[in-house]
Design a protein around this ligand. Structure first.
Ligand code: AMP
Ligand code: ZN
Length: 482
């Protein structure tokens, strides 16, 4: 993608200061360095998790579009994340392996592959590096050894970080000390409720599937340690932007920051910007893996919904707003995507010579303005809608602009076709060709005024899960019923 000199300075919301701030790279020679907390691979990612990566992808695409060289790291958490973000409960990976009677390594490999498939289906660009937690155990031990003398204490259950040893612990979370003090603390002997495990010792006489020798005995690293160590190793400290879902603003990221401060022996949090996407919620509240009953991307694909409709649904909301997942929202996004793809297919068919009119530059400028304003994708989409139907611009120039918009929106607008958008539901009993030929028969029956026959065909299609759309303005004719 060609670098562009953009007119609008990029402003991003920094959760640390709770303000919009002008973004410039810390060290222009190093480009922009971004770290995103990755999935815990004990189960399939749910649609809420995937919203977090649509957000980071938008950020990455905007940075590249603005001409920055980008180094982006996403980690894969395959050890250390307990069933509670604090130090309570079981290791999620151990628990999943036990429940599925598989080795942890098989569980991790299976769900990592499924996650990468989700990323590909959503047209999310691969990061520069996937950093797998269990590949970095010696580095984690070395990091812990360095901070332990001044910042940690040992209990029977592990090595704990003393949160009172760093300045301003929990600033990112808004210092909700009162709430924290009231939290029921499951670990006996901790000095403060917000102290957290750096290293969890294996219980005596019990062998865990994943455990390593350390100066504190056999055990496994704490989850927060992973991200401090891997971001430091691949991006240095401080780096530019650290991202995650908004839940990480409360415990995981404040703990990473405390470790980073301990390691550098300074007040620096480790990243210049801390950015968080809001939740995808359903009518029962925040979508989460541990609640069960979540919806995966594959379940949408199986129902015949193109995965990029979900991407579009995410982009229709600002990343800092809560987004409700409903069949209606998804269906509306799918219709909008179809409308765009159909309009673009008309543009593609035109053969003209570019005129590069002034109006073209105005659209580019409006795109830049929207995205520079803390990644305002809903606004960018509304400018795109205007653009595709703007008759003041010749088709060639509109296509050129669509290409530019899509570099940041990632909807594959030039590649998608009507046929590609129409996925067959897994349960479909009719192929697309079957449906098309029944509809041709139905048109013939109607032309012959044989309405009984036409209704019977419609009923047959309805029973097969096909919704007939007479007079659809997009000429879509039918779709799988959601
Ligand atoms: P996990 O696999 O649980 O470590 O989560 C992966 C990412 O998804 C993290 O950045 C979480 O903060 C984020 N996340 C979890 N639940 C949701 C949700 N319902 N909506 C948006 N992001 C979420
Ligand atoms: Zn993390």
């Amino acid at each position: 993608m060609a670098a562009r000199m953009s007119a609008h300075p990029l402003t991003l919301y920094n959760s640390m200061t709770r303000c919009l701030e002008r973004f410039t790279p810390l060290d222009p020679a190093k480009g922009v360095r971004v770290y995103s907390c990755g999935p815990t691979v004990y189960n399939y990612a749910h649609l809420g998790n995937l919203r977090a990566y649509v957000f980071t992808d938008t950020l990455s695409r905007v940075l590249r579009w603005k001409g920055y060289a980008l180094t982006h790291v996403i980690n894969i958490t395959d050890v250390g994340h307990l069933t509670s973000d604090a130090d309570a409960g079981d290791d999620k990976m151990e628990a999943a392996a036990r429940a599925q009677s598989k080795s942890i390594w098989d569980v991790a490999a299976h769900y990592t592959a499924a996650f990468k498939q989700n990323i590909a289906d959503l047209n999310i660009s691969e990061p520069s590096r996937w950093a797998v937690a269990t590949d970095h155990i010696p580095q984690m031990i070395a990091f812990a050894e360095k901070i332990a003398p001044q910042h940690c204490y040992e209990l029977d259950s592990g090595l704990y970080f003393d949160s009172s040893t760093v300045p301003d612990y929990g600033r990112l979370a808004g210092n909700q000390d009162d709430e924290r003090e009231g939290r029921i603390d499951p670990v006996a002997g901790k000095r403060h409720p917000q102290d957290f495990a750096i290293w969890r010792k294996s219980p005596p006489g019990e062998q865990r599937q994943m455990e390593w020798d350390s100066p504190w005995g056999k055990g496994a690293p704490g989850w927060h340690l992973e991200c401090s160590v891997m971001s430091l190793q691949y991006l240095g400290a401080p780096f530019d932007i650290h991202t995650g879902g908004i839940d990480h603003r409360e415990i995981h990221h404040p703990n990473e920051i405390a470790q980073n401060q301990a390691f550098c022996g300074c007040g620096d949090s480790g990243a210049r910007f801390w950015m968080h996407n809001n939740f995808l919620v359903d009518r029962q509240g925040k979508m989460s893996k541990s609640k069960g009953g979540f919806t995966t991307l594959q379940s949408l694909i199986d129902a015949g919904v193109h995965p990029l409709a979900y991407r579009l649904m995410c982009l229709q909301a600002h990343y800092r707003s809560e987004l409700e997942f409903t069949a209606e929202n998804l269906s509306a996004a799918l219709t909008r995507l179809k409308r765009l793809v159909m309009a673009i297919s008309v543009l593609k068919a035109q053969r003209e010579i570019s005129q590069q009119s002034r109006a073209s530059f105005v659209y580019s400028e409006r795109l830049d303005k929207a995205l520079s304003d803390d990644l305002n994708t809903p606004k960018a989409l509304s400018v795109l809608d205007e653009l595709v139907s703007d008759k003041a611009l010749i088709a060639y120039d509109r296509m050129d602009l669509v290409r530019e918009f899509d570099a940041v929106l990632g909807l594959n607008l030039l590649g998608l076709t009507r046929e590609a958008l129409r996925l067959a539901p897994k349960s479909a009993t009719l192929t697309a060709e079957d449906v098309e030929s029944r509809l041709t028969e139905r048109r013939e029956a109607r032309a012959a005024k044989d309405f009984a026959r036409s209704d019977a065909i419609r009923d047959e299609l309805t029973a097969a899960g096909v919704e007939v759309m007479d007079g659809d303005p997009l000429g879509w004719d039918w779709k799988p019923a959601l």
